[in-house]
Ligand binder design. Structure first.
Ligand SMILES: Nc1ncnc2c1ncn2[C@@H]1O[C@H](COP(=O)(O)OP(=O)(O)OP(=O)(O)O)[C@@H](O)[C@H]1O
Length: 195
């Protein structure tokens, strides 16, 4: 089977400071790779490079499939409702979202209908981001600290989402919660802060 994602000699620096140097990485279908490492070790940077949201300073990333990123914190239109944000994300992909499917997606993550995102808590925003990603259903799922701000039920929803993603694609997720991710990850990648 061909990999979903490959990074070859990937490197990134901000100004003079190298954050990632000479990284080779491969994501196969069915894998859940946990990115671990202390604050500032480059987990978010790596996810953004893999997503194609940031230009690398060296090396390259090859993607075989659609990428979806759950950012930390996730970004939304604050004055739009949850439903409007979900519809908007799908329209951007050229899809015509059905209101019933949008309402069901919102309900599935336990969010109330008709509420503007500016009135959401951080955990509610995380839930909305999960609903969005589930509707987008990418092949390559990139999750930046997805468990942060989620309560126990939110984590259960997240775990179900990760299993769903694993069944149809591959997942790379950054986390500080080693205990939590141990059960889910098929492999871990430790990043170290630059010396
Ligand atoms: N836009 C930027 N400009 C300059 N330096 C940056 C920028 N973004 C990140 N950095 C630096 O790059 C390094 C890696 O940051 P990054 O956010 O990727 O780490 P992280 O492992 O995700 O951290 P955390 O666990 O705190 O979320 C840090 O030293 C950070 O200060």
């Amino acid at each position: 089977m061909s990999p979903l994602l490959e990074a070859h000699s990937l490197a990134k620096r901000y100004g003079r400071d190298w954050v990632i140097r000479g990284l080779d990485f491969r994501l196969e279908p069915g894998e859940v790779v946990a990115l671990l490492g202390p604050n500032g070790s480059g987990k978010t940077t790596l996810l953004r490079l893999l997503a194609g949201l940031m230009r690398a300073s060296g090396g390259k990333v090859v993607r075989q499939g659609r990428v979806g990123l759950l950012a930390n914190p996730p970004a939304f239109h604050r004055h739009f409702t949850g439903e409007e944000n979900l519809s908007y994300a799908l329209r951007l992909e050229g899809r015509s979202p059905q209101p019933a499917a949008i309402a069901a997606a919102l309900q599935a993550v336990g969010l109330p209908p008709g509420k503007a995102v500016l009135g959401y808590s951080s955990g509610m925003k995380k839930r909305l981001a999960m609903a969005r990603l589930r509707l987008q259903h990418p092949d390559i799922w990139l999750l930046d600290e997805p468990e942060a701000a989620l309560d126990a039920q939110g984590r259960e929803l997240l775990e179900a989402l990760i299993l769903e993603a694993k069944g149809s694609g591959g997942v790379v997720l950054a986390t500080h919660d080693r205990g939590w991710v141990q059960r889910l990850a098929t492999r871990t990648l430790e990043l170290s802060p630059a010396a």
